[in-house]
Design a protein around this ligand. Sequence first.
Ligand code: ADP
Ligand code: ZN
Length: 597
Amino acid sequence: MPADARTLLTTIFGYPAFRGQQAEVIEHVAAGGDALVLMPTGSGKSLCYQIPALMRPGVCVVVSPLIALMHDQVAALNELGVRAAYLNSTLSAAEAAAVERQVRAGELDLVYVAPERLLTDRCLQLLESSKLALFAIDEAHCVSQWGHDFRAEYLQLSVLHERFPSIPRIALTATADRQTRAEIIDKLQLGKARVFTASVDRPNIRYRVVEKLNARKQLLDFIRAEHSGESGIVYCLSRKKTEETAAFLEEHGITALPYHAGMSAAARTRAQQRFQREDGVVVVATIAFGMGIDKPDVRFVAHLDLPKSIEGYYQETGRAGRDGLPANAWMTYGLQDVVQLRQMIDGSEADEAYKKVQVTKLDAMLGFCETSDCRRMRLLAYFGESGSPCGNCDTCLTPPVTVDGTIPMQQLLSCVYRVGQRFGAMHVIDVLTGHDTEKVLHWRHHDLSTFGIGKDRSAHEWRAIIRQAIALGLIVVDHANYSALKLTAAARPVLKGEQRVPLREYRKAEKVKKTKPTSTFVADLPAEAIPIFERLREWRRATAAEHGVPAYVIFHDATLHEIARIRPGTLAELGRISGVGAKKLEAYGAEIVGMVG
Ligand code: ADP
Ligand code: ZN
């Protein structure tokens, strides 16, 4: 008997209202229409097929490349009382046969299948002899040959349309650029599908960029001040650095695991599982730690090195705060990052056209770091969206002061010129600040007119000015020549005094750090609710371990937060809290009311 979507939302999932376009997508798909859903991470795409799966007779076949996650996804549905199972290579033959029997007998609402499995004759025959409700193709951007998650099997998923033309299909992804979208429609034959798109904005994520001084120490301070006991991901460029950083955090009492492509598959799976299942684990990773991080309560993503592109950065930071609660995207960045990344691009084997694209992407990233405007607006603009200042990024919260920087910029440019455009940032700064190092003396640069003209500013300050000069395109770093700083044509009018240069006033990192730190939601609780919240978390940890599922499968942080705040005294009161559905109320309700009431 088809149940009404809203009733399912409240009784099964325990949520009071649909978000964004969920209701429209669900209505469209439940009525038998095809859909392409392009919505950011955390926007609640899963419900867009899970609810139609419950509304339509037959089983919903969910195609997903994320084998490692199927177990948890199915466990989460089972916790809600939904009949779900999965078919992938981790099952024994007997286990798989049991699931197949359930599918055929119409005993499941959803079955998750790995694409390579789905395409086997055996599986297609199984589907032909079963009643099907719909197909959901998750991570649909995997059809894109130009994307980084390309999966060859996805190209063959058009077979679904050919063999089952009357069964509705819904394809979902968070990667929404125009090209990927066109490829999905083409490859999956979704020409008739209704397309649902949402802004890529993630308003609950607070973007911050701080000057890199002692990155590890800064990271430790950041975690201690704002994320003690919470889950997070730290991205670094090198494998070695992930290991060193994880060890450093461990030494300081933070549970941290390295993750990179050089580790064995078993070690990587172990790290991913611990992260997924335990509370408060920090993973220090290279970008290899990516797709398939499906944890809703990642409270921060930190970058210790500058990412190579805004696409990459946005995807990585997007792993924070899927549950919609406040989360931080925090990055340390310095001049050395720019130099290093340029070096990696220039030194690579790739052809010139490719390198040029990489340099353009890096420049956009640099522009984001150096901006005095709202960071979110910068990010959204990159993806073709416009907006107004967000009030939830560092430049909105503590607007940088812009001053006339024409004089220091002229000093810098002329110093670069006087040393013959043959020296790197460090040497240029030594000359500017009047340090008679061996190198300065050797090249007789203490005789230059620019020697010491900038000694009223610290080396840090000069580095900040150089970064801005690079971001403004006045200077380039030449890797063919020992990272020498060179002037561009744009430097000329500045040197000649024909063009003024606004610069961000230099602010010591310390000062930035003290600006209104805690957005963490634990801090939002009234003081007396904090110990209750901690007790609930401890209970959740034990219960999750007992059931062999991740903690968030039992209850999300947001739900525990509400319970701690409201302290429901009755089952009825508890049942009104978002995230408490009928099945969970029955399973855990009495215990929780006993703990908090
Ligand atoms: P996506 O797949 O788009 O990244 P998910 O489907 O994993 O997002 O949903 C993100 C989180 O939001 C999940 O924890 C989910 O339970 C929750 N959620 C989804 N829809 C709602 C809703 N209508 N109300 C409250 N929470 C929701
Ligand atoms: Zn902003």
